[in-house]
Design a protein around this ligand. Structure first.
Ligand SMILES: *[C@@H]1O[C@H](CO)[C@@H](O)[C@H](O)[C@H]1NC(C)=O
Ligand SMILES: *[C@@H]1O[C@H](CO)[C@@H](O)[C@H](O)[C@H]1NC(C)=O
Ligand SMILES: *[C@@H]1O[C@H](CO)[C@@H](O)[C@H](O)[C@H]1NC(C)=O
Ligand SMILES: *[C@@H]1O[C@H](CO)[C@@H](O)[C@H](O)[C@H]1NC(C)=O
Length: 333
């Protein structure tokens, strides 16, 4: 059931509002080589991310109380969401970072991501919003294989204009989404949705692998006994502006030229990280009200866009470069 609703949501983003989902923008904050979850204290971290706040993020600190601004539409959301970054590899072997596009109906955002919180089905009363310090990881940076099930769903847009995306079959579910990086030229961008687990052990705010305190329910099933507490379905949507990389710059054999910052050309290793940071019980209230959501405080996106962080791990973001940041090698398996 959850999976079905996920698919419906993940694939038809513009219809999401009808289904008790918070959908909002969090503009680009910073792009740098930091990963306070997987590589705390390491500056720089092995590969590039967008929007990680700091070198370390102490679980004992409630970021909702420490942050001074947020790039998100909901002004009580100081959570930290970060993802890997997409690069284009030109025919001559050099790399260029791919920017993000603002999403449909959220055009005032400056790149960054769209964040969703879903209350599955009719079981909202048992949905438990996260506690301060809670964090988790979706996806595995090293993964390159085409297994069953998915963490990420990709869509190739043919066109992007006036804040609208066009794909060959916008409402046709399985027809247009893949669990791997699209292989053809996506003139309107490549969208990727990354889904976090929806079941929690109810005790631990984190675990050594940042995954085992949470779980994905088996298809069509409730949360397992080991992880009985239903948490909101969080997923992150990024749209990469791939259109400007003309086919004439692609490898001569026509192969797909995009690669994630961890050296992943397949897309199977795309990943996202989450550190909860809603102020007070604002998220719980929104989940209980199953709203989209007048109870929550918002800020003008132009104000949100002014929230800015200087790079802590300094790195040139816009030049053509001979290797991926951190010299990450490209690996296919
Ligand atoms: C950011 O990280 C540094 C070094 O790891 C730490 O000393 C500092 O307290 C952190 N800042 C916040 C706001 O968490
Ligand atoms: C590689 O190709 C890109 C795109 O055409 C170009 O901008 C860049 O200058 C080239 N780099 C080298 C080292 O030839
Ligand atoms: C949710 O509630 C509606 C209205 O009460 C009902 O029609 C629907 O079948 C319920 N869905 C599930 C999955 O229980
Ligand atoms: C992944 O597996 C599916 C089902 O077997 C197949 O249709 C698809 O082409 C595979 N994708 C890649 C990139 O290997």
């Amino acid at each position: 059931m959850l999976l079905t609703s996920l698919i419906a949501l993940g694939l038809v983003a513009s219809n999401v509002e009808a289904t008790h989902t918070l959908r909002f923008a969090c503009s680009q904050l910073v792009t740098e080589r930091l990963d306070p979850l997987v590589s705390p204290g390491q500056n720089p971290s092995p590969h590039m991310h967008q929007n990680a706040f700091n070198v370390t993020m102490d679980p004992a600190h409630d970021i909702a109380e420490r942050a001074s601004c947020t790039t998100c539409t909901f002004s009580e959301d100081f959570s930290n969401y970060w993802t890997a970054v997409l690069y284009f590899r030109a025919r001559n072997g050099t790399f260029k970072r791919v920017n993000q596009l603002a999403n449909q109906n959220l055009a005032a955002a400056e790149g960054g991501m769209t964040v969703y919180y879903v209350s599955p089905d009719n079981r909202t009363s048992s949905i438990r919003a996260f506690r301060p310090g809670f964090r988790m990881l979706a996806g595995t940076a090293e993964k390159r294989t085409n297994a069953t099930g998915f963490i990420n769903l990709f869509r190739c847009y043919d066109r992007y204009d006036e804040n609208m995306f066009y794909s060959p079959n916008p409402m046709g579910v399985a027809a247009t989404d893949t669990t791997w990086m699209p292989t053809r030229h996506c003139a309107g961008g490549i969208r990727v949705n990354t889904f976090f687990p929806t079941c929690w052990d109810g005790v631990n705010l984190d675990s050594p692998d940042h995954k085992s305190h949470v779980a994905y329910p088996a298809r069509g099933s409730a949360c397992p006994a080991t992880h009985p507490v239903e948490i909101p379905q969080v997923f992150i949507e990024t749209i990469w502006d791939t259109g400007k990389f003309d086919k004439s710059l692609w490898p001569e054999d026509g192969s797909q030229p995009f690669v994630f910052s961890q050296g992943d050309p397949t897309g199977f290793g795309h990943h996202a990280d989450y550190v909860f940071g809603w102020r007070g019980d604002s998220l719980q209230k929104a989940m209980d009200a199953r709203c989209d959501c007048p109870q929550l405080r918002t800020q003008d996106q132009a104000v949100a866009n002014q929230c800015y962080q200087r790079q802590i791990a300094e790195e040139d973001l816009d030049s053509w470069r001979s290797t991926l940041p951190g010299n990450m090698p490209i690996t296919y398996e």
